[in-house]
Design a protein around this ligand. Structure first.
Ligand code: CAA
Length: 282
């Protein structure tokens, strides 16, 4: 199938990044947020990123202008009616997502594909909450979306070959490197990343070293772009805690169990960069 117009539900960190890369790849892109204020914030983030790209010589002014011309914001789901693909990047809550899919399915054509950018919920369960489980899948992007090359393409039990191929091709058309991931908690990347991050916290609790030394060790010793605590603050401690709990619930293996310190930091509101304090202060 031909994808020409892309809808994005949610203009937060992930939604705005996804909308940006779709618009930069030449798709007419319509982003829907629940409130104008949130939409304005998301568009501000996109403009800032594109301006930064121009400054760094990564994006030409013409590419920036074309990307912005391809982008439309709305607070009405009805405006998504011409979309061939709708990518949902809203709150990680099954019922909220199901409500959003129901609203989208009332307006889009029967050919349209629906996907979720969820990092933790079951794609087959989400697909089952729509009227098109065959035209549903997962496209999991990574933060910061315009920079990170990877997209995990996740098939629900019900996703057809045609839908899967359309999604894989779409990810490639964005200039991304797609990989096929199973519909199991954590997919491929978080299944390996989250136990590593949790182990870093556990090791810190047990006195392995200072935050700075552990971060420096992994950064300079292994060539990781960020040490585990810088990355935890970047991803968000609440997000990590949420994903870890879902993984632990499904796999029942100790490596996915959130350490006590992580829970307490979340309870204290130390969520990382977004709250001004996590393992480090910002
Ligand atoms: N527009 C275009 N390109 C830009 C740009 C912009 N506004 N800003 C930066 N770039 C480019 C830079 O030019 C640079 O490109 P080259 O490598 O070709 O030189 C590249 O992006 C890196 O930028 P910087 O050098 O400015 O920044 P950095 O080296 O400090 O890297 C980072 C920043 C990319 C975030 C890096 O620290 C990193 O990769 N961190 C790890 C991020 C990560 O692991 N993300 C995944 C989190 S897990 C997740 O998202 C999934 C989940 O479910 C929780």
């Amino acid at each position: 199938m031909q994808i020409k117009t892309v809808g994005v539900l949610g203009c937060g960190l992930m939604g705005s990044g996804i909308a940006q890369v779709a618009a930069q790849a030449g798709y007419k892109t319509i982003v829907r947020e629940v409130e104008q204020g949130l939409l304005d914030r998301g568009f501000g983030r996109i403009q800032k990123f594109l301006a930064g790209g121009v400054e760094k010589g990564k994006v030409t002014p013409d590419e920036r202008d074309k990307a912005l011309a391809n982008l439309t914001g709305t607070t009405s789901v009805d405006d998504l009616k011409g979309c061939d693909l709708v990518i949902e990047a809203i709150i990680e809550n099954l019922d909220e997502k199901a409500r959003a899919y129901e609203a989208v399915e009332r307006v889009v054509g029967s050919h349209a594909i629906l996907v979720s950018n969820t990092s933790s919920l079951c794609i087959t369960e989400l697909a089952a909450r729509t009227k098109r489980p065959d035209r549903f899948g997962g496209l999991h992007f990574f933060n910061p979306v315009p920079i990170m090359k990877l997209v995990e393409v996740v098939r629900a039990l019900t996703t057809t070959d045609e839908t899967y191929q359309a999604l894989f091709g779409f990810a490639q058309s964005l200039g991304k490197e797609p990989i096929t991931a199973p519909d199991k908690p954590g997919f491929i990347v978080n299944r390996l990343l989250v136990p590593y991050l949790l182990d870093a916290i556990r090791s810190y609790e047990h006195g392995l070293g200072t935050l700075e030394d552990i971060d420096k060790g992994m950064q300079l010793g292994c060539g990781y772009p960020m040490g585990p605590f810088t990355l935890l603050d970047f991803v968000g401690l609440d997000t990590t805690y949420y994903i870890a709990n879902i993984m632990f619930e499904e796999y029942r293996e100790a490596v996915y169990a959130p350490p006590p310190l992580l829970k307490r930091m979340v309870l204290a509101g130390r969520l990382g960069r977004k709250s001004g304090q996590g393992f480090y202060k910002y």
